[in-house]
Design a protein around this ligand. Structure first.
Ligand code: ATP
Length: 361
């Protein structure tokens, strides 16, 4: 049985539907992420799981029991917020001890458990400091320790790394993954950052306008997005308006605006007349000097319009002769060879049949 199950959960504010008939199950021990653009309903969903808000319809089950009538403080669930919500006048140890004090544990037990919790988040040396004497990352770790101290069944986190700089954020992501493995508690993480979701999660639910559009492992969501919105939202992708003109046993023929006709492996459920996009990730696009044209599949000539060198990779924008712009990402793996092409170079752009996919609008 799933640890947490949402069945047709809906929340309206006036005539606006913030969460629209959401169904999902989260297994015990998972690090699960709710990902979606700002305003898609992630926080509203999290607040209903925590008990700070109630659905207009639908059910929230924990271990198979409907928790609709259980107040937040009675749910075995803790929420960590982006703002940390630490008590400024209390030391690190007192902040972490707070939930135990509220539940009436003895001073000896509190001391032992606080020591262990601070060890888990590597803050043992900071026991007596106050929040204003800590860095952002350290404050966030205090909030995690406080969240974990009562060993909740579920730890909910709403953009907990949002206030940290990029480098620290990456370190904290790694720490969170190992912390979650160590404590074995189910984490539900909310973010609008697709990089963060891909890096952290065992599974992701991608939300858009109150609905869950796809649930899956990060690699599946990245390589097989269910539709155009997800492809565009997760990572960079080239999208070309396309229409299905023919479907056979194994293939489908697409008519792509400006580019012409191409065939791709047939996808289930696609029929002649469907409108959508042909999608290709930049790292699946290769760029070659003009001479190699003859041997390449799906090859198109064009000119380098621009490039962006970002250390480990270079992104090239190539304008094809037909006018379409294609983005290609080339790894700068050979030392001293950071730039393969210059602006204005004539090049061939190609991709394999498997790299391109048709996605419905
Ligand atoms: P963000 O990433 O910006 O935090 P989110 O995905 O968490 O966004 P929510 O905070 O869940 O989005 O909000 C979803 C939608 O519901 C938004 O359009 C928001 O304006 C609306 N909303 C949220 N709470 C209320 C409320 N109490 N009254 C009216 N509208 C609300």
């Amino acid at each position: 049985m799933a640890l947490l199950e949402l069945r047709d959960v809906t929340r309206r504010f006036g005539d606006f539907t913030a969460v629209d008939c959401v169904n999902l199950s989260i297994e015990a021990g998972e690090l699960f992420t709710l990902l979606g653009p700002s305003g898609c309903g992630k926080t509203t969903l999290l607040r209903m799981i925590a008990g700070f808000d109630v659905p207009d319809s639908g059910q929230i089950l924990l271990d198979g029991q409907d928790i609709a009538n259980t107040p937040p403080e009675k749910r075995p669930i803790h929420t960590v917020f982006q703002s940390y919500a630490l008590f400024p006048h209390m030391t690190v140890a007192d902040n972490v001890a707070f939930p135990l004090k509220m539940s009436g544990k003895t001073p000896a037990e509190i001391k032992k458990r606080v020591e262990k919790a601070l060890e888990e988040v590597q803050l043992s040396r900071f026991t007596h400091r106050f929040p204003h004497e800590l860095s952002g990352g350290q404050k966030q770790r205090v909030a995690f320790a406080r969240g974990l101290i009562n060993r909740p069944r579920l730890l909910l986190m709403d953009e907990p790394l949002g206030a940290l700089d990029a480098k620290l954020r990456e370190d904290m992501q790694r720490e969170l993954i190992s912390l979650q493995k160590e404590v074995g508690i189910t984490f539900v993480f909310v973010t609008h950052s697709q990089d963060e979701a891909l890096a952290l999660s065992q599974r992701i639910a991608v939300m858009n306008q109150g609905q869950v559009e796809q649930i899956g492992e990060p690699s599946v969501i990245y390589s097989h997005p269910a539709n155009r919105f997800i492809a565009d939202f997760i990572g960079k992708i080239n999208l070309m308006a396309a229409r299905v003109t023919q479907v056979s046993d194994n293939d489908m023929t697409l008519e792509i605006d400006q580019l012409g006709t191409t065939t791709l492996p047939l996808k289930q459920g696609i029929k002649t007349g469907d409108q959508g996009v042909m999608a290709i990730r930049p790292e699946q696009v290769s760029v070659h000097a003009l001479a190699r044209h003859a041997e390449l599949p799906h090859a198109h000539t064009g000119k380098v319009l621009d490039f962006l060198y970002v250390g480990d990779v270079t992104t090239y924008i190539v304008e094809l002769d037909c006018g379409i712009r294609v983005e290609a990402l080339l790894a700068n793996s050979s030392p001293g060879r950071a730039r393969f092409f210059e602006v204005g170079d004539s090049v061939i752009v190609s991709w394999t049949r498997e790299a391109a996919q048709f996605l419905m609008n």
